[in-house]
Design a protein around this ligand. Structure first.
Ligand code: FES
Ligand SMILES: [Fe+2]
Length: 448
């Protein structure tokens, strides 16, 4: 389906049909979720051989398994006999995956290892070598984050992430011990189109002082770029909206501490930041060590991975039709953090952006209602707008990307819908443009 008229990046207009059309949704499964690198698992979640973790790539159910040699493989969670789900638990350790229906058994490397009555019922004519689990075409890791890709010929994961690595490393590589996801997967079903929470977190600082005003009053302990008491006090110098990173985005404050703005007792975290900042500056350079590490940063990896260093939540959105998602959230910690800080992070993540989190409930209601208001015969013909601060972006020294000043802008959302449109229009990766605008990665990095 031609989507050229459904999104106009130049004016910041989107048709509401993109949130409700079943036809467009099927096209998204093919051209976005079937083509892009998608987050599968953090290496900390499957440390040992035989450890597995079940997730989704689009609507495809996938098992990610640590192999004997330490590598990670992923397979469709579907029996090659008659299609049944072969793994029904969320995670664990297994020597084999045996299908509930007729008992075919698959080894962790995906091979079909046993078939009941193979000789008697198949007369020895079954070619087991052709009936292994279907592998995900590509699996690759970036500093603990494991991604999979169904496309036969995608860009490398490194190239796909591009300059977004500048921001990813503020969390993944600030401290030598790396990171872990802690706690179990917090799953929430929400009656929202998948694009709405992604564009909310990727760039919508606008709603923060309004939709979350009550929550912020209840838990905020530090100022967040002037957003603490409503939109009227917004400080455009207090943050950046960064896009133009191959479809990825960052929304960041620049004070080096406000990631901990929503902690009832931020002092232990602030002490941790202060104590370790010199070595982070050494690893990542001054811009990131002083201005970004410890700041509130919303990082979006297109299409459906988001994490917020500072608030320390990590989330993927699994689409379940045009009007529904499963939102999976974890708390993310640096392994060098003392245990009591890690525990406080998990607590605070649940308090703010968890199943009963103050902020998540504000957002969920708005996102579900925006989705519902795109489903009617008449409303589906209407448009919505992300036209704030049009044509007010540019480079900024020390940072990659096309940057608009401030946390309150719709700059990032326009880039998100631009990327969506680029993928939806392209037949394959060759038709998808690559852009790392104002690339500066490396100058100050340890791995330059
Ligand atoms: S469907 Fe799995 S063994 Fe038959
Ligand atoms: Fe929100």
């Amino acid at each position: 389906m031609d989507v050229s008229g459904l999104v106009d990046t130049a004016t910041g207009r989107q048709s509401r049909a993109i949130y409700s059309s079943e036809e467009l949704y099927r096209q998204e499964l093919e051209r976005i979720f079937g083509r892009c690198w998608l987050f599968l698992v953090h290496t900390s979640q499957i440390p040992e051989a035989g450890d597995y973790f079940r997730t989704f790539m689009g609507e495809d159910d996938v098992i990610v398994i640590r192999q004997k040699d330490g590598t990670i493989k992923a397979f469709l969670n579907s029996c090659t006999h008659r299609g049944n789900r072969i793994c029904r638990s969320d995670r664990g350790n297994a020597k084999a995956f045996t299908c509930n229906y007729h008992g075919w058994s698959f080894a962790p490397d995906g091979s079909l290892s046993a078939v009941p009555l193979e000789k008697e019922a198949y007369f020895g004519e079954l070619d087991r070598s052709r009936l292994g689990l279907v592998p995900v075409a590509h699996v690759a890791e970036y500093k603990g984050l494991v991604f999979g890709c169904f496309d036969a010929d995608p860009p490398s994961l490194e190239d796909y992430l591009g300059d977004a690595k500048f921001f990813l490393d503020v969390w993944l590589d600030a401290m030598p011990g790396g990171t872990s996801l802690v706690g179990e997967t917090q799953k929430m079903v929400l009656a929202s189109n998948w694009k709405l929470p992604v564009e909310n977190v990727c760039g919508d600082g606008y709603h923060l002082g309004w939709a979350h005003a009550g929550a912020m009053r209840a838990v905020q302990s530090l100022d967040l770029a002037g957003l603490s008491v409503g939109n009227s006090s917004t400080d455009l110098d207090g943050g950046l909206s960064v896009a133009g990173l191959n479809g990825h985005m960052a929304l960041t404050s620049l004070d080096g501490v406000s990631g901990y703005a929503f902690y009832p007792k931020p002092k232990p975290m602030l002490d941790y930041l202060e104590f370790n900042r010199p070595q982070v500056i050494e690893r990542l350079g001054k811009v990131r060590g002083e201005q970004l590490w410890g700041s509130q940063i919303n990082i979006t990896i297109f299409p459906n991975l988001q994490f917020l260093p500072g608030l320390n939540w990590f989330r993927v959105y699994h689409p379940k039709g045009p009007g529904q998602i499963e939102q999976w959230t974890w708390a993310m910690v640096e392994n060098d953090m003392p245990a009591e800080i890690q525990a406080a992070i998990l607590d605070n993540q649940c308090l703010t952006f968890g199943l009963a989190g103050l902020f998540d409930n504000d957002d969920g209601d708005n996102l579900a209602a925006c989705t519902e208001q795109s489903r009617g015969w008449r409303t589906a013909q209407m448009d919505v707008f992300t036209n704030m601060a049009l044509n007010r972006s540019g480079p900024r020294e020390g940072f990659p990307g096309d940057i608009a000043a401030g946390l309150v802008s719709e700059h990032n959302q326009r880039y998100f819908y631009r990327r969506w449109q680029e993928h939806m229009q392209a037949d394959n990766w060759a038709g998808v443009p690559t852009y790392n605008i104002n690339s500066v990665v490396a100058e100050e990095t340890i791995d330059a």
